[in-house]
Design a protein. Structure first.
Length: 210
């Protein structure tokens, strides 16, 4: 028993020594067909997510700026119409179903935002996702539940008027959006350095690449 206990303690020390630490939470609030959101998300992916090791120190979420409206075909309304609502729900279903690659899907969608939601099938195929299952989620009660929950999360921010698209938080600090938020440009090293500064563990190489 003493040997086992010593091993457990040793593994715990090794874990701490190599930088086990809480991930930086990054929360996006967007509209899927918003040009500004598309630019931000694609820049964020290319400059932050792809920076060596930085994706591993983040926990990302994406929620949507919309309203519940039973009079609309989808049951929701959004600034850029029903195609945007369906795009939001596709992204939510993929986030719910594919924990490891959902942001890659979102990047693909925002890279082709004019063609949302049609492009969702190509994006899913490019990532080896089962599009039939995703589509089933979108048209099911689960899709509606995910969208309703997402709107509630956005509304819980308490913005009045509602937040702009995009609005982005890192560990509850608003790094992009309407004042009093900062306006950190993800295409520069500003966002990478901010996120790396929040991370209390061993910094990945991407924190010093730029």
């Amino acid at each position: 028993m003493k040997v086992v206990s010593t091993l457990v303690v040793s593994l715990a020390i090794i874990s701490i020594a190599f930088g086990a630490a809480p991930k930086v939470r990054v929360d996006f609030y967007v509209m899927s067909k918003c040009p500004d959101a598309a630019e931000y998300v694609t820049d964020f992916y290319e400059s932050v997510v792809l920076a060596t090791g930085v994706a591993d120190i983040m926990e990302m979420t994406m929620n949507y700026i919309a309203t519940v409206d039973p009079q609309q075909p989808s049951g929701f309304d959004s600034k850029h119409g029903q195609t945007e609502v369906w795009g939001d729900i596709y992204e939510l279903c993929v986030e719910n179903m594919y924990n490891e690659t959902w942001f890659d899907f979102s990047y693909c969608m925002y890279s082709n935002y004019d063609n949302i939601p049609t492009v969702s099938q190509n994006c899913a195929a490019s990532l080896g996702m089962n599009f039939a299952n995703v589509k089933q989620c979108v048209s099911s009660n689960l899709g509606k539940q995910l969208m309703t929950q997402s709107i509630n999360v956005t509304d819980s921010l308490g913005w009045n008027p509602r937040p702009g698209s995009p609005t982005v938080y890192a560990n509850n600090q608003c790094i992009y959006g309407y004042p009093p938020c900062q306006s950190l440009d993800p295409s520069s090293d500003a966002v990478v350095q901010f996120i790396c500064g929040l991370y209390t563990g061993t910094k990945p190489p991407g924190c010093s690449d730029k």
